[in-house]
Structure formats: C-alpha cells, structure tokens
Design a protein around this ligand. Structure first.
Ligand code: G
Ligand code: G
Ligand code: NA
Ligand code: MN
Length: 253
C-alpha cells in the first residue's frame, strides 16, 4: 500500500499540491473567495482521494506536517494573488488534531506577518467532528485565531451532533451548509427545508452562510431565493490549480 507522503513535494512520494474552488456571492455573481483543497498526485496511482490521504495522515504526525505545508502554500498564494491585484480570500480545511495545541495559531500568525497578508484574507474551516474530540482546547485555539482576525467557518453544518451549541459558543464568522443537503435540495423537499432553515438560522445569528455542492442552476436559484450569501460547486467551477484559477477568473469576468 502507498505510504503517506511527507512534507516534501516531488520525488518518489509524488506531489502534494493545492487546488482552489471559487466561492461566488449569490446576489452579485462576484467571486468572493476560494476554498483550498489538498491534492496528492501519486507517481503510480495518479490523483489520490484527499479523504483517504487525510484519513491515513491523521493516524500519525504526518497530519501536522501536511497542515503546516497547506497553511504555508495558501498564505504564500494569497500574497502572490494580492501582488497581482487579486483580492481573494482563501479558506483552509483543518483537521481535528491540528487544533489541540496552539502551534497552528503561532504558525498562521507568523506566516501572515512574514508574507504581509491581512488576517481577514484567511479563513479556517473546521468540522463539528473536530470540535467534539476536545472542545475546550479547540475553543482556546479558535479564539486565538479569531482575535488575530482570521475567519472561522463551521464546515459540513448539519452532519454533526451539537450543531446549535457550536453556533452559540464559538467565535464563528461563517456557516457552510453541507453538500449532502444542497445536492438533493432541488428534488427533495426535506433537504430543501433543512437548507432554508440553516440559512435562516445562520443569518439570525449574524453569520455569513455558504452553500457547497451546487451542481445546477435550479439549486442556485433556490439558494438565491432563500437568501444564501455565497455558493460553491460544479455549476460554477470544480477545484483547480492556482494557474488555472487565474485563467478561469479572466474568462468569468
Ligand atoms: O476536494 P474533496 O471533496 O475531494 O475533499 C475531500 C475532503 O478532504 C474534504 O471534505 C475536506 O474536508 C478534506 N480536505 C481537503 N483538503 C484538505 C486539507 O488541506 N486539510 C484537511 N484537513 N482536509 C482537507
Ligand atoms: O471540506 P469539505 O468536505 O466540505 O469539502 C468540499 C468537498 O466538496 C470537496 O471535496 C470538493 O471537491 C467537493 N465538491 C465541491 N463542489 C462540489 C459539487 O458541486 N458536487 C460535489 N459532489 N462535490 C463537490
Ligand atoms: Na471544507
Ligand atoms: Mn463541507
């Protein structure tokens, strides 16, 4: 079986790279940000499913190295975009264990300063599962990042356990409606009801709400009618390498 890659790219372990998926403001059609998604190009197996990669990495210290690498890449990319006049924001997914120590907050603060990137250009996406494991330590780390000015999004909303408690207790800026509800909402009235109530709840709490997994125009229109702030999905664009994103943005405008 394939060994998980180290923090280095290239060579026999293959190549770790970031893909970026645009997030579009539903009211204006403007591109407001991107979600950074890890990809591993294995020398023999080709593109490895990131979920599998992360599941393996999480068993060991490799996850810590991967997250460091992802944060470095994304902050550097933000600085490059900024230098060419692209005022994008980027969201990075973080793993359960990443939030158990303050190390990630130190690293992020250091990188933002070093690259001269404004903290509000960066957002972390955390899953409810990550919060369950050790809520107190996770809260400490998240609070530090929030104070620096880094945005915090609650990812996969609705798939975890104590969602409503998290909404009350965490210093969040955004809620992401899980794609499992969004994918079915044009056909399934229960899914549609869940998405609409999530949007309403998030807005009532003063949080931005982003839908993921928008694959068709009908879903996009329903989200528009429901007052959802932004969306991402194959209807607009699939995750893509940074170079492709620049070309995509030029075509999109
Ligand atoms: O892009 P895709 O749907 O294939 O990603 C699968 C899952 O892998 C996503 O749900 C996401 O949570 C996770 N993932 C993608 N990139 C990263 C990353 O950089 N760090 C962590 N921790 N998870 C990631
Ligand atoms: O972190 P999270 O699991 O929420 O990451 C979102 C995942 O959803 C990524 O793996 C991305 O590749 C995937 N994704 C993005 N847009 C779509 C879409 O329109 N349809 C489906 N099925 N998956 C999508
Ligand atoms: Na995510
Ligand atoms: Mn999600």
């Amino acid at each position: 079986e394939a060994a998980p890659p180290g923090a280095e790219s290239g060579g026999a372990a293959g190549e770790i790279t970031m893909y970026y998926q645009p997030q579009i403001a539903i009211a204006t059609g403007e591109v407001v940000g991107v979600e950074a998604l890890l990809r591993w190009r294995h020398p023999r197996r080709g593109m490895v499913d990131p979920e599998e990669l992360i599941r393996v990495a999480e068993q060991s210290a490799v996850m810590r190295l991967l997250t460091r690498r992802v944060v470095d890449d994304v902050v550097e990319q933000l600085a490059k975009w900024s230098a060419t006049g692209l005022g994008l924001r980027a969201a990075v997914n973080v793993s359960v264990r990443d939030l158990h120590t303050g190390e990630i907050a130190d690293q992020i603060a250091d990188r933002l300063t070093r690259y001269g990137v404004a903290p509000d250009r960066l957002q972390l996406e955390i899953t409810e599962g990550a919060l369950m494991a050790d809520p107190r330590r996770v809260l400490t780390t998240i609070t530090r990042l929030h104070r620096i000015g880094v945005g915090i999004a609650l990812d996969d909303f609705g798939t975890g356990y104590s969602s409503l408690q998290h909404l009350r207790r965490l210093p969040l800026s955004e809620v992401k409606v899980d794609r499992s509800f969004v994918l079915g909402m044009a056909e399934d009235s229960d899914d549609a009801a869940i998405v609409r109530s999530t949007i309403e709840l998030a807005k009532a709490l003063g949080l931005r709400v982003v839908a993921e997994g928008v694959e068709d125009e009908r879903t996009w229109r329903m989200l528009h009618a429901a007052g959802c702030d932004a969306a991402q999905g194959w209807f607009y664009a699939r995750p893509m390498p940074a170079e492709e994103l620049v070309a995509w943005l030029a075509r999109y405008r």
